[in-house]
Design a binder for this molecule. Structure first.
Ligand code: HEC
Length: 146
């Protein structure tokens, strides 16, 4: 009984989250109505994330983390499960934004307008998965490989 209810609830939430392709907010869209809240100072900045050619070793490590910690809520396609699918995510989000969403999940959900908009759509708050910056960088490499 309870199990069935949970499944229906999750499906309803997944649908409320909208289609993967309709979420077109660009990473550079300014917050409506003025300046966004000042981000916490320990957020990862653009110059801390260097992207070169895709590194297969990092992709493999990132996939291992994905299988254990992210797969329940994220697909590697464009469809949403609980959270958005990851295919072509780099077309929509800056690398450092993705890193911050993974490492500083709560700070992002509290201060970043785009993360907040997603939370409003998805109605489920992504839990912090306690990944290190290196772990997150490997997951980012895995996302790039999709
Ligand atoms: C319990 C479900 C859940 C788990 C587990 C989870 N996430 Fe999420 N994730 C979400 C939801 C829901 C969102 C949308 C924001 C919100 O509602 O909090 C999200 C958003 C994201 C985003 C932004 C996606 C976009 O379209 O901009 C990234 C990146 C992300 N998660 C990475 C991860 C990584 C990496 C892991 C594993 C280490 C992970 N998530 C584990 C639920 C989850």
């Amino acid at each position: 009984m309870l199990k069935g209810f949970g499944l229906v609830t999750i499906l309803a939430l997944a649908m409320a989250c909208g289609g993967g392709d309709t979420s077109t907010e660009g990473a550079s869209t300014p917050a409506p109505g003025g300046a966004p809240a000042a981000p916490p100072t320990d957020l990862i900045t653009a110059d801390q994330v260097k992207l070169g050619e895709i590194d297969p070793g990092m992709v493999a490590k990132g996939k291992e983390l994905y299988d254990v910690k992210c797969q329940a809520c994220h697909s590697t396609g464009t469809n949403r499960v609980v959270g958005p699918g990851w295919k072509n995510l780099l077309d929509q989000r800056k690398p450092e934004w993705i890193m911050n969403m993974i490492v500083h999940t709560d700070a992002m959900l509290e201060t970043d307008p785009e993360a907040q908009a997603m939370l409003e759509e998805c109605l489920v708050r992504m839990p912090n998965q306690n990944l290190s910056v290196d772990d997150a960088r490997n997951v980012l490499e895995f996302i790039r490989s999709l």
